[in-house]
Design a protein around this ligand. Structure first.
Ligand SMILES: *Cc1c(COP(=O)(O)O)cnc(C)c1O
Length: 429
């Protein structure tokens, strides 16, 4: 890197460090092609029936994939759905959320985490996140509990688990249900157990950005048979099934079509076999990246919780701006100009989306917040989650570690690009 000083930054007209785009990550191969072909040749692309009969639970690939997932993650039941967004909706409904119930969740997530709560006319309450792991801060969760709180929807963001011991203790103490959104963390371990399996319900996304995918899709995991059955009902037209199935608790038994097809499940079976390998390759690449970046002053590389593993869907960094003496925007533009793809300066502050700022969701009248079912004035004002807001507005720098295959050579080029920018901070000041 000693030559870096000699060449000007790309943002100032110098040569780019990375001249060719990195290879896109593609976990699909001959196995998925063969699996999908066999399903097409079978003539059965889906074998669901929205009535109480054997096909209520779907066709052979759905069931095989669910069994493989249950075995892999060590849970009693796995339930496939056509997206993890659908999975979150099914989970919130299945645990028995009532209109107006408050569910505490994280602002540092993808919007579906919060809208799954709203979907049942329940009220999302945003607690703040830990300043190093970006996961829900248990102390902020506890501070946000009111007599109306019914559940915690925790997020294993970027690829590692939240503080599940603390969240489980809070849930137990206050008699709350606990859901884990592990969309980004399939295969991550929390003290030897898989992310998602320490809550009442957890699960993973299978959309094409994620570690393993079926185009679109999701997997719910639970050790609770009753919750699993309720999720199956919500997945497949509950209202048409409850009578014949003999279901007496009709709460939240307005169903959907959240069914994942046979082709996707056949592909999912092959993808699941590759999960460990995909995770290992990402862990190897990010370990190399961290070794190369950790010497840079003013840059905090990702922190992994003690006793846990991180599967690096995202590579979350934090800037020490006073130490750097350069704005985040200038650094970002300089790194991007060197040819790094997949960098971002902010992730999400879900409470600051217009739907929450203006409190307009269902209809124009502010339902559910303006309705009698909402028992208090829940605030989404700037300032409710100062840690998440400061990361979003000032100090966060993220790299989408799941976007590329990331060979050693590509990681080394990324490291070289960072070092070049850091060697030239004066030119950015
Ligand atoms: C991807 C993602 C979702 C939504 O998953 P889909 O399968 O795209 O519906 C929800 N939460 C988080 C944290 C995600 O990353």
């Amino acid at each position: 890197m000693s030559t870096a000083l000699a060449s000007p930054l790309a943002v100032h007209g110098g040569p780019k460090t990375i001249t060719r785009p990195f290879a896109r990550y593609n976990p699909l191969g001959a196995e998925e092609v063969a699996a999908a072909k066999a399903v097409v040749e079978s003539g059965i692309l889906s074998q669901y029936y929205g009535r109480w009969c054997a096909d209520f639970y779907g066709g052979p690939k759905v069931r095989d994939f669910e069994q493989a997932c249950a075995a892999k993650f060590g849970v009693k039941r796995a339930v496939t759905v056509n997206s993890w967004t659908s999975g979150l909706v099914a989970a919130v409904g299945a645990i028995g959320i009532e209109p107006g119930d408050e569910v505490i969740t994280s602002p540092w997530t993808m919007c579906a985490t919060a809208t799954a709560i709203l979907h049942w006319n329940a009220i999302p309450v945003f607690a703040d996140i830990e300043p190093d792991t970006f996961c829900l801060d248990p102390r902020s969760v506890e501070a946000n509990i009111t007599p109306h709180t019914r559940a915690i929807l925790s997020v294993d963001i970027a690829g590692q688990s939240a503080d599940m011991d603390a969240l489980r203790a809070i849930a137990k103490k206050h008699n709350l249900k606990l859901i884990s959104d592990c969309a980004q963390a399939p295969g991550a371990l929390y003290k030897g157990k898989f992310a998602g399996t320490l809550a009442d319900v957890g699960g993973y996304s299978l959309n094409y950005h994620k570690h393993i995918h079926t185009g679109e899709g999701g997997i719910l995991v639970t050790n609770d048979d009753e919750i699993a059955e309720r999720m199956c009902l919500i997945r497949n037209h509950a209202e048409a099934v409850v009578g014949d199935k003999g279901v007496t608790d009709l709460s939240n038994m307005i169903g959907h079509n959240f069914r994942l097809g046979e082709i996707e499940c056949a592909i999912g079976i092959e993808q699941l076999k590759k999960l460990d390998r995909q995770i290992a390759s990402r862990q190897r690449a990010t370990a190399r990246l961290t070794a190369g970046l950790s010497t840079l002053p003013g840059l905090q590389t990702p922190v992994t919780r003690a006793g846990c593993t991180h599967v690096y869907y995202m590579y979350q960094m934090i800037l020490d701006l006073p130490q750097l003496g350069v704005s985040r925007q200038k650094l970002f533009e300089a790194l991007k100009a060197e040819g790094i793809e997949g960098l971002g300066t902010a992730f999400a502050n879900i409470h600051r989306l217009p739907v929450f700022q203006r409190k307009v969701a269902y209809g124009r009248g502010g339902f559910p917040w303006t309705s009698d079912i909402c028992k208090r004035d829940v605030s989404y004002a700037k300032g409710i989650c100062p840690v998440a807001e400061r990361l979003q507005d000032e100090t966060y720098l993220g790299f989408q570690a799941c976007m590329h295959t990331l060979t050693d050579g590509e990681v080394d080029l990324m490291i070289a690009a960072f070092h070049k920018v850091w060697d030239n901070l004066d030119a950015l000041r």
